[in-house]
Design a protein around this ligand. Structure first.
Ligand code: PLP
Length: 429
C-alpha cells in the first residue's frame, strides 16, 4: 500500500469517521504524526505546545521511555489473559494503587475507560445498597454510554432523552460559587448546595449514591468551596448513601495532589479514574471501592465484566506511569508550577476584559469568558455551539494553533491543563 500523504490522511479521516463532538461539515482535523514531551508534531513537522495534555490525559508527556518499555515488555511476555486469571501486572498495579489512592480504597475493578468504570460504580452502588437512585450534579460529565451519559449533568445527555434516559438518575445543583445556581452571593452560604443534596436524599428515598467530579473538569474546572466536600461526606454517611468520586480527569496529580479529594481530606466510598492512570499511553479505567464495600463483594457475586477487563497491556504501563510520577515528583511539581501558571493566567485576566474568572488548582485551570464582567453572562451558550455559530473560544483556540499551541475550548471557557512535566518557559510561552 502506498504511503498516504498528509492531505490524504486528513481527507480519509474526515470522510470516513465521526469526529467526537466535531461531526460537522467543516471538521478539519490536524494530522498528528509525532509527539515529544509536551509537544505534538503535525504532518508538516510543525510543533505545538499541548496545553491541555490532549484530553487532559497525557500527564507524563510523550515518549516516556519507561512507559514505552513497559508496553513492549508486556506485549512480548503476555499480551492477553482473560480477567478470571491472576497476572503479575495486575498484582503489581494493585500494590502500587494501595500506596497512592486515598486510604481505605482497596478493591479494584479495571476497565478500558472512565465511562465503563462509572458504569461499574453505579452497579456496585446499587447492588451494595439495595437502592436505586443516583444523584448527579448539573455541569458534570461522567461518560458516553447510556448509564454514564444519563448521569451527566450537561446538555450532551439531552440527545438520550426522553426515550433513552436511564431511569433513576436525578440532578443536584452544582457547587459553582462564580455563578451560584441557588443565587448566593459568596462562599458564606453555609454549604447550601450540599445541604440541598440532603434535602433531595430525604425527599426521594431510595438513593444509592451521589456522584461528583471533585473538581469539575470539562464543564469549567469548578473548584467547590472549602466546606462542601466534608459536608457532603457527612450527609452521605448519615443517610447510608455512597459517595462516588469521579476522578477520571482530576486524579493523578492534575490538581496538585494524587487525587483531588485529598484537598479536603475526604475519603469517597468509590473512586473512579482513568486518563492519567497510564498517562493515556494505553486505555485503562479503574473503579476502586472501600473496605466495607469490598467485604460485601467477598460474599456476593459481582455479575459484571468485560473481555478486556484487567488487560495486561493496559496494566503494566500503569505500573510504569505511577513509578515515573513518583520518581519525577510530578504531584509536587503540579502543585508548585500550578501556582505559577495561576499567576500568569491572572495576568491575562488583567489584560483582557472578556476573561470573567480564572479558577483552578495544580496544573488544572479554566479561563471563563464573559460578555460582561458584572453580569457574568457567558460569551456563548451550548445552543450557540450546536447551531454552528462561530464561537470566540474556538477562534482564539485557532489563533493559538497558528502560533504553535493547542488548548481545549468548550463553549465559553478554556480548560488549561498542560502535561505535569511542563516547564516554566513553556508556561511563559
Ligand atoms: N468522567 C470524567 C470526569 C471525565 O472527564 C471523563 C472523560 O473526559 C469521563 C468520565 C469518561 O471517561 P472516558 O472518556 O475515558 O470514557
Amino acid at each position: 500500500m502506498a504511503e498516504l500523504t498528509s492531505q490524504e490522511v486528513v481527507d480519509l479521516t474526515r470522510t470516513l469517521n465521526y469526529g467526537t463532538w466535531r461531526f460537522q461539515k467543516g471538521w478539519m482535523p490536524m494530522h498528528v504524526v509525532d509527539a515529544e514531551g509536551c509537544e505534538i508534531i503535525d504532518g508538516d513537522g510543525k510543533r505545538y505546545l499541548d496545553f491541555s495534555s490532549q484530553l487532559m490525559c497525557s500527564n507524563l508527556g510523550h515518549k516516556n521511555a519507561a512507559v514505552i518499555a513497559a508496553i513492549a515488555e508486556q506485549a512480548q511476555q503476555l499480551a492477553y489473559a482473560m480477567p478470571g486469571y491472576a497476572t503479575t501486572a495486575r498484582a503489581e498495579l494493585s500494590q502500587l494503587l494501595l500506596e497512592v489512592l486515598p486510604q481505605g480504597l482497596n478493591k479494584f475493578f479495571f476497565t478500558t475507560s472512565g465511562t465503563e468504570a462509572n458504569e461499574a460504580a453505579f452497579k456496585i452502588a446499587r447492588m451494595y445498597t439495595g437502592k436505586n437512585k443516583i444523584i448527579a450534579r448539573y455541569r458534570s460529565y461522567h461518560g458516553s454510554t447510556s448509564g454514564s451519559i444519563a448521569a451527566t449533568g450537561d446538555p450532551r445527555r439531552w440527545a438520550m432523552e426522553p426515550a433513552g434516559k436511564l431511569p433513576g438518575v436525578i440532578f443536584a445543583p452544582e457547587a459553582f460559587c462564580y455563578r451560584c445556581p441557588l443565587g448566593h452571593a459568596a462562599a458564606n452560604c453555609g454549604n447550601a448546595c450540599a445541604n440541598y443534596i440532603e434535602h433531595m436524599i430525604v425527599n426521594e428515598s431510595d438513593v444509592a449514591a451521589v456522584i461528583v467530579e471533585p473538581i469539575v473538569g470539562t464543564n469549567g474546572v469548578i473548584v467547590p468551596p472549602e466546606g462542601y466536600m466534608p459536608r457532603l461526606r457527612e450527609i452521605c454517611t448519615k443517610h447510608n448513601v455512597l459517595l462516588i468520586a469521579d476522578e477520571v480527569m482530576s486524579g493523578w496529580g492534575r490538581t496538585g495532589k494524587w487525587f483531588a479529594m485529598e484537598h479536603w481530606g475526604v475519603a469517597p466510598d468509590i473512586l473512579v479514574t482513568a486518563k492519567g492512570i497510564t498517562s493515556a499511553y494505553v486505555p485503562l479505567g479503574l473503579c476502586a471501592t472501600n473496605e466495607k464495600i469490598a467485604a460485601y463483594f467477598d460474599d456476593h457475586y459481582f455479575s459484571h465484566g468485560h473481555t478486556y477487563e484487567a488487560h495486561p497491556i493496559t496494566l503494566k504501563p500503569a505500573v510504569a506511569t505511577i513509578k515515573e510520577m513518583q520518581r519525577l515528583g510530578l504531584v509536587e511539581r503540579s502543585a508548585e508550577l500550578g501556582l505559577y501558571l495561576g499567576e500568569k493566567l491572572r495576568e491575562l485576566q488583567t489584560r483582557h476584559v472578556c476573561v470573567g474568572e480564572v479558577r483552578g488548582k495544580g496544573l488544572f485551570w479554566a479561563l471563563d469568558l464573559v460578555k460582561n464582567r458584572a453580569t457574568k453572562e457567558p460569551f456563548a451558550t451550548y445552543a450557540d455551539k450546536v447551531s454552528g455559530k462561530a464561537l470566540l473560544v474556538d477562534q482564539i483556540a485557532g489563533k493559538c494553533v497558528a502560533d504553535g499551541m493547542t488548548v481545549q475550548s468548550w463553549v465559553s471557557h478554556f480548560v488549561i491543563a498542560p502535561p505535569l512535566i511542563v516547564s516554566k518557559e513553556q508556561i511563559d510561552f
